[in-house]
Design a protein around this ligand. Structure first.
Ligand SMILES: NC(=O)c1ccc[n+]([C@@H]2O[C@H](COP(=O)([O-])OP(=O)(O)OC[C@H]3O[C@@H](n4cnc5c(N)ncnc54)[C@H](O)[C@@H]3O)[C@@H](O)[C@H]2O)c1
Ligand SMILES: O=CCc1c[nH]cn1
Length: 514
């Protein structure tokens, strides 16, 4: 079944695909939705056309998926790390082999350019490869105790983990969550965003083909209600969430009711700071990377760009020139560098921020308008020309909250952000630093309250390094939150009971009483 979608992909073009396959997956196969009353249309962002219908899973379906994951978990947890690694490496290999077709499907569902989607899919199989490599290294500790006794610790999986994903990196988020979980011996029930339901199920099929036990990676479709069911289910040991701060707070609260472990990957409003001794060419390239990937819909984007006064005019001129040159259009075309925003409401929200910024005194240097590509099939797509704003100040609405769109807000570096952003926001990422004064970059990184700092680059997230501002994904940290420690204490001699010494007196006492 899965191959039926992927098989159509080599010749796929924008505006042509309709997905009719079932999008749920448990028990080792795609599962037909139980009810067909509450269909939610899923749109192709580049055309505004309906791509498929998403049918949310109800309580019975979620329960079925979780039980199927639990059955698979009982088999998977007994396998050695090396055995699990072998299966995961095969999954990584299959993804690599089908990277182009998976990327095309991602583009059609998400709207990002094929150039970016290919990178996303490459990062996805690399993540599975990386954690496969770690699976065989997970080991406990041996502790010597007096008298030849000893203790050892076992690193055991948690059980069934729930993954809840956002729509900006649909396949990659499913891999970032599942790869470490599976490497540690857990099973996962994953719920993609209702706006991007089509590629998670491809991952489920690939894991099956690679040899995981049926049910090990399940997909349930749905929105808030289905997510709520996962957070409340007593058989779910952990929830790993990627999405907005308000939803993350709800997930944490719900999960606490049954004392589940929680990992939250949330949104933020990160700054980018450019010093006057920067290398201008790289500073400008970095600013574009910080603002325009995935049409600006990236959690760690550096949208508030603080530039030192001396170089601001030159920086703005260069940034505007390059922003105007970004090729917008059919995201499946090789030359396209900017596709469509995820939805009409998202487009309107970003356009609203531009209008608000203008009213508050910002100057639009370029873009910020709805964009209609010349290709007629794209006329109803959610396109916007990438925007550079000047004269931004920290008290403007556009500099306050997360916009999630291609809107770069330039400020003079004399603007200073309030220091505290609260614990649930993503990091205050630090920025491009001059090549000449690298010690300053490290000094700044040391003094920032941030989860991630980029020096002389932006938005590079290799799997080997931890990523995040509140929770962390990737890198070595992750397995600690996907395993539980069991301590086993072993006596090698006789039991020394504290109660033994009381026995003679007890005996004496009872004897006397007789
Ligand atoms: N930190 C990261 O790694 C990262 C990565 C990607 C996106 N994000 C953030 O995600 C946000 C955009 O994604 P979004 O609009 O899909 O976020 P969202 O919070 O609206 O939804 C995220 C997921 O949570 C589900 N959900 C919604 N309400 C729920 C509830 N009550 N209980 C359980 N699940 C619920 C949604 O269906 C979706 O699957 C942005 O804020 C962005 O910064 C963060
Ligand atoms: O949107 C945030 C960055 C990211 C990329 N993949 C998963 N998260």
């Amino acid at each position: 079944m899965a191959q039926s979608i992927l098989d159509t992909m080599p010749g796929a073009s924008t505006g042509a695909l309709v997905v009719t396959d079932h999008l749920n997956f448990w028990g080792g196969k795609r599962v037909k939705p139980r009810q067909e009353k509450y269909l939610e249309p899923v749109f192709e962002p580049a055309t505004g056309r309906i791509l498929c219908q998403m049918v949310p899973c109800g309580a019975e379906e979620v329960d079925e998926a979780i039980k199927s994951a639990h059955d698979a978990y009982q088999k998977w947890r007994k396998m050695s790390g090396m055995e699990r690694a072998r299966v995961m490496l095969e999954a990584a290999r299959i993804i690599r082999e089908r990277r182009e077709n998976i990327a095309k499907l991602e583009v059609i569902n998400n709207g990002k350019s094929i150039t970016e989607a290919l990178v996303d899919i490459d990062v996805s199989w690399q993540t599975i490869e990386y954690y496969a490599g770690m699976a065989g290294t997970l080991a406990g500790q041996h502790v010597q105790l007096p008298g030849g006794a000893f203790a050892y610790t076992r690193r055991e999986p948690l059980g069934v983990c729930a993954g809840i994903g956002a729509w900006n990196y649909p396949f990659q988020i499913a891999c970032w969550k599942s790869a470490p979980a599976l490497a540690c011996g857990n099973a996962m029930v994953f719920k993609p965003s209702p706006m991007t339901p089509v590629t998670a199920v491809i991952l489920a099929e690939i894991y099956k083909e690679a040899g995981v036990p049926d049910g090990l990676f399940c997909v349930v479709q749905g929105g808030a209600e289905t997510g709520t069911l996962l957070c409340h289910h007593p058989m779910v040991a952990k929830v790993s969430f990627t999405g907005s701060v308000p939803t993350g707070k709800k997930v944490m609260e719900m999960s606490s009711k049954t004392v589940k472990q929680v990992t939250l990957e949330l949104g933020g409003k990160s700054p980018l700071i450019i010093f006057k001794d920067c290398e201008m060419e790289n500073a400008v390239k970095g600013a574009l990377m910080a603002n325009f990937l995935t049409q600006g819909q990236v959690c760690c984007n550096g949208t508030r760009v603080y530039v030192q006064r001396d170089i601001l005019p030159q920086f703005l001129e260069e940034v505007v020139k390059r922003t105007k040159a970004i090729r917008i259009g059919d995201p499946l075309l090789e030359g396209t560098r900017m596709g469509a925003l995820i939805s009409k409401p998202q487009l309107n929200k970003v356009l609203g921020y531009v209008e608000g910024a203008k009213k508050q005194g910002a100057r639009v240097l370029c873009g910020g308008d709805p964009y209609v590509p010349s290709d007629p099939k794209l006329k109803d797509g959610y396109f916007m020309s990438p925007c550079v704003l000047d004269n931004c100040r920290d008290d403007m609405t556009c500099c306050e909250g997360e916009i999630f769109g291609q809107l770069c807000q330039c400020c003079l570096s004399t603007q200073r952000r309030r220091s505290s952003r609260g614990p649930t926001t993503l990091p205050l990422d630090w920025p491009l630093e001059s090549y000449q004064d690298i010690s300053r970059a490290h000094r700044v990184a040391e003094n920032l309250e941030a989860g991630t700092c980029f020096i002389n680059n932006y938005n590079v997230s290799p799997v080997e390094v931890p990523f995040g501002g509140f929770g962390r994904e990737n890198g070595q940290v992750d397995h600690r939150v996907l395993l539980q420690l069991k301590t086993v204490v072993v006596e090698m001699g006789d039991v020394e009971s504290l109660f033994e010494v009381l026995l003679p007196s007890l005996h004496f006492c009872s004897h006397k009483c007789e």
